[in-house]
Design a protein around this ligand. Structure first.
Ligand SMILES: C[S@@+](CC[C@H](N)C(=O)[O-])C[C@H]1O[C@@H](n2cnc3c(N)ncnc32)[C@H](O)[C@@H]1O
Length: 251
């Protein structure tokens, strides 16, 4: 089903633009490098099952299948993302290990629970975070591991520029501490919540410096550079933040 995101932030043209900055198959900060860093936290072994929530065009799913021998099911609200993901999956000959479906995590019912749930920079789109966390818990086997990153915010008032950005994107950002508390309140154990804003700034600065000028017309390149520069400014001012979260389902 076509979602409003398919017509705006995640139109096919926008997805291709994001990929030109993040790297092929990735729509989140750091691309392959952070996928390698954060999937390693799942402790995957060959044959384990992973749900990738908001999988985008599939970069992390392909990496976990190829590098760890995992079976990965990716779901995404955007039909454009899933169309690209299926295309890339066929190209990579990974159809026997990786599947994709167009689905909203808020209405998702797993056929059977997974060993791990992984998600990269998706929950910013989701307003009912308490319900989200309950659903993630039902997606996991006892002792199953959850790892996700997300854009976050600071406590206190937001500057007009940051508030306008959040409103324009229809995001709902939590503080790292609020996410930590929510994970505990949902009944997750071994919760680790890390503020990774310093790493986020380094990534943004690298991406800005490497922005491929030959892939865009001048107007697009200027607008992308402004958008990255604005993110760097907001993040350096401390109001935009980035969190890494790990948790385990109780046994
Ligand atoms: C910033 S992109 C990240 C994509 C991917 N995780 C990656 O790292 O390349 C956010 C993704 O979340 C998806 N998304 C947003 N809300 C969702 C929901 N309720 N259920 C499933 N996916 C969702 C969007 O369609 C988009 O593909």
């Amino acid at each position: 089903m076509i979602n409003p995101l398919d017509l705006g932030q995640y139109s096919k043209a926008e997805i291709e633009k994001y990929e030109a900055v993040y790297g092929r198959n990735f729509i989140s900060p750091g691309g392959l490098a952070t996928a390698q860093e954060f999937t390693a936290l799942l402790g995957l072994k060959a044959g384990m099952t992973v749900l990738d929530v908001g999988c985008g065009v599939g970069g992390s799913a392909f990496y976990m299948a190829q590098h760890d021998g995992a079976w990965v099911h990716g779901i995404d609200l955007s039909t454009n993302m899933i169309a690209f993901a299926n295309e890339r999956c066929r190209e990579a000959h990974l159809n026997d290990r990786v599947t994709f479906a167009n689905a909203d995590i808020l209405t998702f019912t797993p056929q059977s629970p997974f060993d791990c749930v992984y998600s990269r920079d998706v929950f910013l789109h989701i307003h009912d975070k308490a319900r989200l966390m309950q659903i993630l818990k039902t997606c996991l086997k006892p002792n199953g591991r959850l790892v996700f990153t997300d854009y976050a915010c600071n406590t206190g008032d937001k500057s007009p520029a940051f508030a306008a950005y959040i409103q324009q994107r229809k995001y709902n950002l939590y503080t790292v501490t609020a996410y930590q508390q929510l994970l505990l309140d949902t009944g997750f154990v071994d919760v680790i919540a890390e503020d990774r804003t310093a790493q986020f700034i380094q990534i943004l600065e690298r991406e800005l410096a490497a922005m491929p000028s030959d892939r865009f017309d001048t107007a697009t390149l200027t607008s992308l550079r402004h958008s990255w520069q604005d993110k760097i400014t907001r993040t350096k001012q401390g109001e935009q933040r980035w969190g890494l979260f790990q948790a385990r389902c109780p046994s």
